[in-house]
Design a protein around this ligand. Structure first.
Ligand code: DX5
Ligand code: ZN
Length: 223
């Protein structure tokens, strides 16, 4: 299990140092939540802020766009140093075209699904995707409660991808804690985003290690 700590739960007055701190704590990727005040009600940061964080770490920037018009942001985010760019299927624009723009910009392309969106709606795009992000809370805020039924979507994506001969990592985002990471591992989740659990911990390195250990033990219990 890879852990992608979400900068949303970090100290926004010192984002660069926070990125470096979480890198040294053993983050596998760094999750950056771009919110536009339109697709979700909050505004966080965009390409300009991400480019100023970029020099503080070499870790993979896992950018999660919660924006109404993702196509406008792809170029700026790629130039800012995003490695992976994930957009919401519920946002404006033709998803196949947005995926193409992300690839043309030199990034890995991911699609995210809100809890109410049926998983089947992303199946047509699977062959072109490098990541599927299943939201396990409503997008917009950290610290919410995990929705366990979303793990059915994870199982469905994995089954469908396998049937199509594809191997696509599945990420979940929202409510990942020491209590919920085990069920995620059993459902076959590859990457867990974690905001509160990691940044809220006294010792983030220990929190990342514990999440990974619980995930490994849960996965090993599988028949
Ligand atoms: C929610 C964001 C998440 C958020 C997760 O809209 O996409 O990345 O930071 O935070 P936790 O882990 O606290 O649920
Ligand atoms: Zn996110």
């Amino acid at each position: 299990m890879l852990i992608s700590p979400s900068m949303l739960s970090s100290d926004f007055s010192r984002l660069g140092e926070e990125a470096r701190r979480i890198d040294r704590a053993g983050a596998d990727l760094i999750h950056l939540d771009v919110m536009d005040g339109n697709f979700v009600s909050t505004i966080t940061f965009g390409a300009q802020v991400i480019s100023s964080i970029r020099p503080y770490t070499e870790k993979f920037f896992d950018v999660h766009m919660m924006v109404a018009q993702p196509q406008h942001q792809v170029g700026p985010l790629a130039r800012a140093g995003a490695n992976g760019i994930t957009f919401h299927l519920e946002a404006e624009g033709d998803p196949a075209e947005t995926i193409r723009f992300i690839h043309l910009a030199g990034c890995r392309a991911g699609v995210a699904l809100k809890p109410a969106t049926p998983v089947e709606s992303l199946f047509p795009f699977l062959p072109d995707l490098d990541l599927v992000l299943v939201m396990t809370v409503e997008p917009g805020a950290g610290g919410q409660k995990f929705i366990p039924s979303m793990l059915e979507k994870v199982r469905a994506v994995r089954a469908r991808a396998r049937a199509m001969g594809l191997s696509i990592p599945v990420e979940i985002d929202g409510g990942v804690t020491f209590e919920t990471v085990g069920q995620a591992a059993r459902a076959g989740v590859d990457i867990c985003v974690s905001g509160t659990t990691v940044f809220g911990a006294q010792n983030p390195a220990e929190a990342i290690q514990t999440l990974k250990q619980i995930a490994a033990e849960a996965a090993a219990e599988q028949p």
